[in-house]
Design a protein around this ligand. Structure first.
Ligand code: 9MR
Length: 373
């Protein structure tokens, strides 16, 4: 009988079915500290939100997000392919819901993203003439930036325009519009969204060559008399190889240009990287592979400790430079939501965030909170 009871308790407290989990948290667990409260005098604390989270379909997420975060970025729903699928066709519904969700929960929204080579609608991919692309470019930026001006806090105006060597990515925008397209994107956004902060966002721009490319972009925008308010270092790193020295130098170099520095898509992978290189290029997948998914049933303590230490080191550095950093955003509320379960190999079990698949705070969460003490 006792054994049956223990089994029942174990099942109800570890089960990931959301309503039961929520009940368990409410009844049996004392409240956990709040990230947004802990760092309220330092920087905003954000998360990426997926559709189910924006629509509050998952009770555990709906309860946790407003307690922990005061900033959010739509993980996908404001990308061009989704929000602007045809020349004169826009799907505003989800973005409007996101704005309402942010207002209700006092969460500042960073809209993501206006100009990105990836996740473009089919009609844009088939454009061959500069005039047609410029027409899309102008309509897209003007329509979205003006609709959400004053409703979102900020826009990632241009995303991932750089190659690893710091040169401009050979995207459709560079090829058909020429290298001034970045300044033009900010000029159009500035005109359409005078009450919205405007950012350049990219991965690996803490690395010296790519950082130099980002510095050039920021300088060029400013030299043209156009507004840029901040730069987002995405922060897709491996827990065991966080480039702390380069991150610190980037904070210094970017803030010296007079822009806000943000970490906009933070997550720390704990899985083997098949290419042995750091990359967030979503067009590159390594295909399926068995034997590359070492922790399908849980993370060993040794790896959990690496993750925890990684987050602790990062937040100590962020606090050291809190006067230059305006926001830290995690790319996903919990491990189950993370894109890293499917990148660069599909169907793995990764553990890159501060909350586990049942939205329970992990040791890394407590280590982050403890950096304030
Ligand atoms: O997390 C996003 C994932 O759900 C999408 O499938 C993917 C492709 O659009 O984009 C992911 O988010 C990316 C972000 O928008 C830009 N920087 C890299 C992120 C991870 O790929």
């Amino acid at each position: 009988m006792i054994k049956i009871f223990i089994t029942f308790v174990t099942l109800t407290t570890t089960c990931s079915f959301a309503p039961l989990q929520l009940q368990a948290q409410n009844q049996n667990q004392s409240p956990i500290p709040s990230l947004k409260e802990t760092f309220k005098n330092d920087f905003l604390i954000g998360t990426a939100l997926n559709t189910a989270q924006i629509q509050e379909k998952d009770p555990a997420a709906a309860q946790l997000i407003p307690l922990q975060f005061n900033a959010a970025t739509p993980e996908n729903i404001m990308k061009a392919a989704i929000i602007h699928p045809g020349w004169d066709q826009y799907n505003f519904t989800l973005a409007d819901q996101l704005v309402a969700y942010g207002q209700k929960n006092k969460i500042k929204i960073t809209a993501h993203t206006l100009i990105w080579h990836s996740q473009l609608p089919d009609f844009v991919r088939s454009i061959k003439s500069p005039d047609s692309l410029r027409q899309f470019f102008t309509n897209h930026i003007t329509t979205l930036a003006s609709r959400y001006d004053g409703k979102v806090f900020s826009w990632d105006v241009v995303n991932e325009a750089l190659e690893e060597n710091g040169s401009l990515r050979k995207s459709i925008f560079l090829q058909l519009l020429g290298e001034d397209y970045i300044v033009e994107a900010f000029r159009l956004a500035q005109k359409a969204a005078p009450h919205t902060e405007l950012y350049y966002n990219d991965y690996n721009i803490e690395q010296p060559k790519k950082r130099a490319g980002a510095v050039e972009i920021i300088k060029k925008i400013k030299a043209a008399g156009v507004r840029i308010d901040g730069v987002g270092i995405q922060g897709h790193w491996r827990a065991s190889h966080i480039p702390l020295a380069e991150i610190e130098q980037s904070i210094l170099d970017f803030s010296a240009l007079g822009v806000k520095v943000m970490f906009t898509e933070l997550d720390l992978s704990v899985l083997p990287n098949p290419w042995d290189r750091d990359n967030a290029d979503v067009s590159a997948t390594a295909g399926n592979s068995t034997g590359k998914d070492p922790y399908p049933n849980g993370l060993p303590d040794s790896v959990q400790n690496v993750l925890t230490k990684g987050y602790e080191d990062l937040f100590k550095l962020f606090l050291k430079h809190k006067d230059k950093i305006s926001r830290i955003t995690f790319w996903g509320v919990n491990d189950g939501q993370s894109w890293l379960n499917d990148f660069p190999i599909r169907g793995r079990t990764n553990y890159p965030t501060l909350f586990d698949r049942a939205y329970k705070a992990k040791p890394a969460f407590y280590a982050v909170i403890a950096t304030k003490k």
